[in-house]
Each structure stands twice: as structure tokens, then as C-alpha cells.
Design a protein around this ligand. Structure first.
Ligand code: ZN
Length: 457
């Protein structure tokens, strides 16, 4: 009965409708399925107190479901919005703006989220108010709120060009929503906080079982009266691929390291300065002492930072991943998120191994190298070691290697060629290879480690 349209909000509605009817393909939906879904929506929008408030406040604007006092007029509204996909329903010559079928009515923002108000023609095609919508797309759009997560005063919908993924994400959201709506005497639909963190959580629940990595876009929208708003979070297939690889890695070491990185990032949003965060104990720790933490109401800085990739790729690596260490996790990130080629990664690993051998028994070299605060200090430590080893015929680093790794290139491909980052990566490998034996906290809690200018990189 239904086909994907390519329009994110309509398609998330179609996905919710398909999931609601326990199908996996919208074309397989039957008339009986659509009738059952429409009947459910009628009860929800006219009787369920929490949903009535939700629909009237942020989904539809001044919706006749709740505002229309005349029972006949309300019944006519419901018939047009939820049942005009039926063969005997009247249609108009104008085609549906989403799917091209004959339309049932012209929609305004009280019928379809994020449109103009009735009789407002600004930015409307052909200088006419509203958009023509068919009965099927209308039913899907009225199912849309059930395929979303309520975040504060907005709805979060997740859409992918691969319909199977849109469906999986909407099914997850639908299950939560149906559970909430089934609660007796629910006055107000509870919303979760921190939309970016919640979006990544939604993705993670699905990513473990995903067959392949495809991009996903998160839409957070509100159709509320005076403050309609939409925020869009595109998530590339590289990020999804990285998350999948980390969470399904066969021996579990990357999964375990990733979990530690996530655990460290709770309670502190991306962009909150490290200094202010240091001044006050993390929210999570503070709350843990008083009351149990509600995971749905917490922010995760790492999750939020994922949504700012690739611009903050170096910052994310240094802030969240280097402190949890395993080279395997870092290597995966360098390859999948930062697009470093295999030769470069291999060279960093080789240098790390060689430096670790040299540093065994030369504790001071490790610290001079790993903690140098400026390029001069760093270069001096390295040149001394190179000099030292060259005399024994096995130089710790060759001229070509030094140029390749530590000198800045203007080449776009090598835009991450920054001595501090390369040094940190090598130092991490040295730690893994036992360059020093005590468990030194190297990448953690050092405000100067991430300088302001680097944060802006
Ligand atoms: Zn349509």
C-alpha cells in the first residue's frame, strides 16, 4: 500500500507505520493494516491525555484533534487526515508533494509539522499556501511522532538513505513510545535530555546488528507555536563504520577500550571547557552520591563530539581516545575517521616500537620525548637520541622518516601532519610496548596537553 518517498519525515512516518503493523516492507501493508493504524491514532489523538498535549504542543500546531469542539467537524478532519487513502475517499487533481499520487487536501502546519500556517504563502511553491498531500502520506505523517524520540520540547527522527535502517531506528523509537503511551494516567509525555547523546545511543543500539555502514541523519524538530525549529545532524558512513567495527571487534579488546572511553565521557558535554569541568566534580559522580543516575538524562561528551567530526578529529582523538590507549583502537580511528593511509600508520607503529626499545632503561628519554612542551624541546630530545643511536649504527629515526612524520605539509591529504599529534601517537605505542613500566598517566588531566589553538584545529 505504501512506498518510500525519499522525504525524511514522511519516510520515518512510513517506517513507524510499517513497524506498528509488524511488517518489514511498506509495500506489504494491507488495507486492514492501515485501518488498524488509523483507528489507533484516532484513539491516541482524541483520548490519550499525554499524546493530546504532545500533538497540540510540538507536533501539530493548534490541531483540530483537540481544538475542534464540533464533533462533526472533528470527525470530518479525522476522516480526511487518517482515512483518505481509501479507494472511495475523494481526491483532488493536484499531486501529493511527497509521492506524486492525487492529493487529498492542502496541508498547513496544523496537519503536517514544519509547514507554514494556514493562508501564509511565504516560501510556498506557486505562491499558494500549503502543500498538497495524499491520504497515504498524511497517515504516515500522523504516525511520525510514534517513530520519534521526544527530546525536551522537540522530536528526534533518524533517517537513512537505506530504508532498512530508517525502519530499524523507527522500530526502536516506536517500542519506547508505545511503552510510554501504555502507562495508565500519563499526564505528560516525558522527554529525554541531550538530543545529540540520545541520537548516538539510538545509532549504537542499531549499529551492532547493522549489515553495512551507511550514513544516517538525525532531525530534531519542533513545530511549536512561536518557536518552530529544526536541527540537522548528518552522520557519515565513516563514523557509523567506525562504531560498528569498534563494537563488534572479534576479540573484544576494542569494544572494552571504547566502553572505557564512553564511561569517562559521561556528565560533561562536548565544548564544555576542561578547566571548568575540573573545578566541579563530574555531574555523574555528584549525582551518584545523592540519587541513582538516570542514564536517559545524562550527557556524553564523546557522543556529542562524534557529531562534530571531522572538523574536531584531532581533538576527539587526544581528548577521549588516547587516554584509553590500545593502539588497535587508535589505528582504527586514524584509518577510518582521519583517513591516514596504511603506510603512515605502519610508520608510526614502527617508530613507536623502535623508540620503545631505545627507551627501555632510559626513562628520561621517554619523558623528554613524550612531554616536550614545544617543538624545540622535542626536537632536541629526538636529535640527541638519533645521534646516540647513529653511533651504534642503528639510528632511532632516519632523515626521511623524520621529514615524513614530523614536518608539516601543506598537502591537503596530510592535513593532520602535526608534530604534537604524531609524537603522542608514537608515545602511545611506546607505552604499549613497555617503554616504561609504571602506569604513568600521560594523556589524562593535563590541561596544557590540548592547547587552545589545537582545540580550534
Ligand atoms: Zn503522498
Amino acid at each position: 500500500m505504501l512506498n518510500w518517498t525519499g522525504h525524511p519525515l514522511v519516510d520515518v512516518g512510513i517506517a513507524a507505520l510499517t513497524a506498528f503493523c509488524k511488517q518489514s516492507d511498506p509495500t506489504a501493508l494491507t488495507e486492514a493494516d492501515l485501518t488498524a493504524a488509523a483507528d489507533y491514532l484516532v484513539r491516541l489523538y482524541t483520548q490519550n491525555r499525554a499524546m493530546r498535549g504532545h500533538a497540540d504542543g510540538i507536533v501539530f500546531h493548534n490541531t483540530p484533534y483537540t481544538r475542534e469542539r464540533d464533533p462533526q467537524a472533528r470527525a470530518a478532519y479525522i476522516a480526511e487526515k487518517l482515512y483518505s487513502w481509501r479507494d472511495d475517499a475523494p481526491t483532488r487533481a493536484e499531486r501529493c508533494a511527497f509521492c506524486g499520487r492525487p492529493s487529498a487536501y492542502r496541508a498547513s502546519r496544523r496537519d503536517v509539522p514544519m509547514l507554514n500556517g494556514q493562508a501564509v504563502i511565504n516560501f510556498s511553491p506557486a505562491g499558494r499556501d500549503g502543500l498538497p498531500v495524499c491520504g497515504r502520506c498524511s497517515l504516515a505523517l500522523h504516525m511520525l511522532p510514534l517513530g520519534c524520540v521526544k527530546c525536551g520540547g522537540s522530536l528526534l527522527a533518524a533517517h537513512s538513505p537505506d530504508p532498512a535502517i530508517t525502519l530499524a531506528l523507527a522500530r526502536d523509537a516506536l517500542e519506547r513510545m508505545l511503552k510510554l503511551l501504555a502507562l495508565p494516567d500519563l499526564e505528560k509525555l516525558p522527554g529525554v535530555k541531550y538530543e545529540k547523546t540520545r541520537l548516538i545511543e539510538l545509532l549504537l543500539r542499531w549499529a551492532d546488528s547493522a549489515a553495512r555502514a551507511v550514513p544516517v541523519t538525525g532531525y530534531v524538530f519542533s513545530n511549536s507555536g512561536t518557536a518552530p525549529d529544526m536541527r540537522i545532524y548528518p552522520i557519515s558512513s565513516a563514523i557509523i563504520g567506525f562504531l560498528r567495527a569498534v563494537r563488534t571487534n572479534p576479540d573484544g579488546t576494542l569494544t572494552e577500550a571504547w566502553s572505557r572511553a564512553v564511561a569517562r565521557a559521561w556528565g560533561k558535554g562536548f565544548g564544555e571547557s576542561k578547566r571548568s569541568a575540573d573545578a566541579a566534580p563530574p555531574k555523574r559522580a555528584r549525582k551518584a552520591a545523592a540519587a541513582p543516575v538516570d542514564p536517559e538524562q545524562e550527557v556524553n561528551g564523546l557522543f556529542e563530539a562524534l557529531l562534530a567530526l571531522p572538523a574536531n578529529a584531532v581533538w576527539l582523538l587526544r581528548r577521549y581516545l588516547l587516554p584509553v590507549r590500545p593502539w588497535g583502537l587508535i589505528e582504527l580511528y586514524l584509518r577510518m575517521i582521519m583517513n591516514l593511509n596504511n603506510e603512515r600508520i605502519e610508520l608510526l607503529r614502527t617508530l613507536g616500537d623502535r623508540f620503545a626499545d631505545y627507551a627501555k632503561g632510559r626513562r628520561d628519554f621517554f619523558f623528554k620525548f613524550a612531554r616536550a612542551r614545544n617543538y624545540d624541546e622535542f626536537r632536541r630530545a629526538l636529535l640527541r637520541a638519533a645521534d646516540d643511536t647513529a653511533r651504534e649504527g642503528k639510528p632511532i629515526i632516519t632523515f626521511d622518516e623524520f621529514i615524513e612524520v614530523f614536518t608539516t605539509s601543506s598537502d591537503e591529504y596530510n592535513k593532520y601532519n602535526n608534530w604534537r599529534l604524531m609524537r603522542d601517537l608514537i608515545a602511545l605505542r611506546m607505552l604499549e610496548r613497555g617503554a616504561i613500566t609504571d602506569d604513568e598517566v600521560l594523556f589524562d588531566d593535563e590541561p596544557e596537553l590540548i592547547s587552545q589553538e589545537e582545540e580550534e584545529v
